[in-house]
Design a protein around this ligand. Structure first.
Ligand SMILES: CSC[C@H]1O[C@H](OP(=O)(O)O)[C@H](O)[C@@H]1O
Ligand SMILES: Nc1ncnc2[nH]cnc12
Length: 307
């Protein structure tokens, strides 16, 4: 049955699904939106779901497309984040399959990181502020700690004794090939705990769009730092992702029940980041190009009103 293509109320909360999570099971879908943005098309339609008890809307987007057809470098992250913001999203919980760089984070454990080491190669468009406008937003603490703690508090929902680790450092590499053993060991020496190919630029763009962002990382392998063990491969990742996807579903159920409580209204309405990008703009108003103004109006209609 096809879903309505419009949804009239604002949607404050979104989930981004990664490898092994290209749709959300167990929730009622009420609309499927195709949003075109000044930065192109999103990686998948935006599915609007409703939470079981109080029927609050939640948006879902599949990072790599519904068929996993976009490489990590090709994911249209600007379109995804801009489209979510345009429908009202101010909080994102992003899921990611990650390699573990630590023996004490086994496959099937979950991690809420608090820091990132960016090892991407500068080939991914990673800002909304360019082409006639310059802004420098703060990114010292890339993840929203309050939502991270709420995720950690939902550890009870995971099956099979899986744990949720917090306060860890996530390395983001370009890929799509996995790391060499020397790189894997170097990341450990740098303090990296887990590794993926997805958190950059998604998290940077969310910050620019004034959206609270948290990543739930699901360990699938030990990368390749262990000299006497076989290195990571896709079959291993996908094998563990089957179990992880089920646990992600349990976690999302628990999380949504918690997050839609009135206590968290401030989080869902993006209060802590309100106007943070507006005050990060360095270009004088008269110097902002018309092209930049028109594009940014899509994200921030209040900051760039129609002439
Ligand atoms: C299939 S292993 C590498 C792939 O898995 C992760 O994807 P996602 O973050 O979307 O779950 C990782 O970042 C790579 O893109
Ligand atoms: N070992 C690894 N390196 C990078 N991204 C990953 N995603 C899952 N496992 C990974």
């Amino acid at each position: 049955m096809s879903l309505p293509e419009t949804y009239d109320s604002p949607v404050h909360l979104a989930i981004i699904g990664g490898t092994g999570i290209s749709r959300l099971e167990g929730f009622k879908s009420v609309a499927s939106l195709t949003v075109s943005t000044p930065w192109g098309a999103t990686s998948s339609p935006i599915i609007i779901l409703e939470t079981p008890n109080n029927k609050k809307p939640v948006a879902f987007i599949a990072r790599h497309g519904v068929h996993h057809q976009y490489t990590p470098s090709e994911v249209p992250a600007r379109a995804n984040i801009a489209a979510l913001r345009s429908i009202g999203v101010r909080t994102i919980i992003a899921f990611s399959a990650v390699g573990s760089l630590r023996e004490d984070i086994p496959p099937r454990d979950f991690v809420v990181p608090n820091q990132i080491i960016d090892r991407t190669k500068g080939i991914r468009p990673s800002t909304f502020f360019e082409g006639g406008i310059v802004a420098h937003v703060g990114f010292s603490d890339p993840f929203d700690d309050k939502i991270g703690q709420i995720v950690k508090g939902c550890e009870w929902a995971l099956a099979g004794g899986a744990k949720i680790h917090d306060g860890k450092t996530l390395v983001c590499m370009e890929g799509p090939q996995f790391s060499t053993r020397a790189e894997s060991k170097m990341y450990r020496a740098w303090g990296g705990d887990i590794i993926n190919m997805s958190v950059i630029p998604e998290s940077k763009l969310a910050r620019e769009a004034e959206i609270h962002y948290t990543m739930v990382c699901m360990a699938t392998d030990y990368d390749c730092f262990r000299d006497n063990a076989p290195p990571v491969n896709v079959a291993e990742v996908m094998g563990h992702m089957k179990a992880n996807a089920l646990n992600a579903q349990h976690l999302i159920g628990a999380l949504l029940e918690e997050l839609v409580k009135d206590d968290h209204n401030d989080l869902l309405s993006g209060t802590a980041l309100n106007e943070s990008s507006k005050w990060a703009i360095c270009t004088s108003p008269d110097g902002i190009s018309n092209e930049a103004r028109t594009k940014l109006r899509f994200l921030f209609p209040d900051y760039f009103p129609d002439a």
